[in-house]
Design a protein around this ligand. Structure first.
Ligand SMILES: *[C@@H]1O[C@H](CO)[C@@H](O)[C@H](O)[C@H]1NC(C)=O
Length: 547
């Protein structure tokens, strides 16, 4: 079976049976679909018989909500799949009659190339009209690619004899509540299955409008690995594409959240706030502020966060963006630099990071794994020694007063002249950086002579000095500023203010990360750091084999 980028899975089993079968159904679909898997829930739909099957409304019940959550949670084991459960035909009984969307074709962001179903025909699925009916049914509901392929996932099973639930509530079953305007907030970084559960609940509750606050700026300050959070625009676009796909009839509004409350405490025309276990307290605080502002309280609707089946050591148990960001450490974030002037061997990694980031220990790990290390900070010292390549020029530029009696350059005196003085500093680096680059090139030739395949250029100022033209990839080591601060104070015996000044004189992590191909973080135990480096090294070896 060849793989398709986008697929539509039409689920016809009764909900109770479906929840038991989800795992194998998703596994089968994951073999066939590579990217986006749309799921259309139509329990009781019959593709047998001569009549053309028609979409009917499915009632929005807590049971259905639970099933949707389970679907997204189970989808977590197929990391490549972007699952989207379509809610167009799901109807909240408390809501006024929905607009007549049934019968009109819905456009999807990724039109399906294949339609799959769990419908069981019992006759082996050889040539049979079921497949034709399935294709026609799929194209009557959603825009699909021409020449849609259909696949019966379980052609050999006997059909269920269970009573088929149709578009009516069973006796004793309750519908979900519904509200005209619903509000929800979050960071929505790398939209994941946990977000999708939250957003689906919002869409089922909302009749008219969903207002989504998206954390930005100061609200991201304390997030784990905040440097790897996607830009606001990108997070917003992913979010809106998903929402419009699953329920195009709602009106969606997004706003940047610059404080924890946002429009939830100022807009009168809101009725329900959707929260998770974690944000319930925030929801209560919102209502307190609304009352103070003379606004009616919001109904708080709490959803359960799904567990992440693939969570690893040092990651949260629930599906979370920070775990996803954690998994990015050591992986290739963007295509390597293509510098035609640079020979392909040895492959040169520029390793950088701020002071206190743990860059040196990572350089040592890489050396142990087989890399040839060029320590630019050591070269920096060599250029200043009497008779060294920059000694004379630096003395001419900054005066004899920077020398000790024995002719060595007093780094403290020189440092005082340039630190905090942009122009002076530039005069110094204009002399020293090109000399260091020349020395590094000599060492890289040395690595070639030794037959080394990978060279690591360990340089705090790699980006500032423009040494990226000497490397194939930039690897950056990051550490939260607060942690860097305490490391610098402990290591160099500096006051908090002095350590802070030193940090401020460097490129911020976010700017380094923007120019990096691989990011590493040394915040946790050394074993975790080592694992990251091993992972990065293993991926690098794979890239080198492919070239
Ligand atoms: C040169 O003098 C400085 C300061 O007096 C001293 O720290 C350094 O070790 C001396 N270097 C050599 C090579 O003698």
């Amino acid at each position: 079976m060849s793989a398709f980028r986008s697929g539509l899975l039409v689920l016809t089993s009764p909900l109770s049976a479906l929840s038991l079968r989800l795992v194998p159904i998703l596994a089968s679909a994951a073999h066939i679909v590579e990217d986006t898997l749309y799921v259309h829930l139509q329990p009781g739909l019959s593709l047998a018989g001569s009549a053309q099957p028609r979409s009917t409304y499915v009632p929005a019940t807590p049971e259905l909500c639970g099933l949707i959550s389970k679907l997204y949670a189970d989808a977590g084991t197929h990391g490549h799949l972007d699952v989207r459960v379509l809610l167009t035909n799901i109807r909240n009984q408390g809501a006024p009659a929905p607009p007549p969307t049934l019968g009109s074709v819905q456009n999807l962001a990724h039109p399906p190339e294949v339609v799959l179903t769990d419908f069981q025909t019992g006759d082996g699925g050889q040539y049979n009209p079921v497949k034709q009916r399935l294709e026609r049914y799929a194209t009557s509901c959603y825009s699909c690619r021409p020449n849609l392929i259909s696949v019966l996932l379980y052609p050999d099973y006997e059909p269920d004899e269970e009573e088929l639930p149709l578009g009516e509530l069973k006796a004793g079953e309750e519908s979900l509540p519904s509200y005209s305007d619903v509000v929800v907030g979050g960071t929505f970084d790398r939209l994941h299955n946990g977000h999708k559960i939250l957003l689906s609940a919002c869409c089922l509750l909302a009749e008219r409008r969903l207002l989504v606050g998206i954390s930005d700026q100061d609200l991201l300050e304390n997030k784990m690995l905040k440097e790897l959070i996607q830009p606001y625009e990108q997070r917003m676009e992913q979010l809106v594409e998903f929402l419009v796909d699953i329920k195009p009839s709602l009106r969606y509004e997004t706003v940047p959240l610059l404080d924890p409350f946002g429009p939830a405490i100022t807009e009168s025309k809101l009725h329900c706030l959707v929260v998770s276990e974690e944000t319930r307290k925030g929801g209560l605080a919102v209502n307190k502020r609304r009352l103070e502002n003379g606004l009616p309280e919001l109904a708080l609707h709490e959803i359960l966060l799904a567990k992440d089946p693939g969570h690893r050591e040092n990651e949260e148990e629930k599906i979370s963006s920070s775990s996803l960001r954690h998994r990015l450490l050591g992986t290739l974030l963007r295509p390597p630099l293509r510098n035609p002037a640079l020979p392909s061997c040895p492959y040169v990694i520029g390793l950088t990071g701020g002071t206190g980031s743990g860059k040196s220990s990572i350089a040592q790990y890489l050396e142990r794994l087989g890399a040839f290390l060029v320590n630019m900070d050591n070269l920096g010292h060599e250029v200043y020694v009497p008779g060294g390549p920059a000694h004379q020029q630096v003395v001419e530029e900054f005066g004899a007063e920077i020398m000790n009696e024995n002719g060595t350059i007093n780094r403290r005196v020189l440092g005082a002249k340039v630190f905090g003085h942009q122009e002076q500093l530039k005069r110094l680096t204009d002399i020293v950086w090109p000399v260091m680059a020349q020395m590094a090139k000599g060492q890289i030739e040395e690595a070639t002579a030794q037959g080394k395949a990978v060279c690591v250029l360990d340089a705090a100022v790699l980006l500032e000095a423009g040494w990226t033209d000497m490397v194939h990839e930039v690897w950056t080591v990051i550490i939260p500023e607060k942690e860097a601060l305490s490391r610098i104070m402990a290591r160099d015996g500096l006051s908090e203010e002095a350590a802070w000044n030193r940090l401020q004189s460097q490129l911020p992590n976010s700017q380094r990360v923007q120019q990096s191909h691989v990011v590493l973080c040394t915040l946790w135990e050394p074993e975790i750091t080592y694992k990251q480096v091993e992972k990065a090294w293993a991926f690098l070896q794979k890239r080198l084999e492919q070239d």
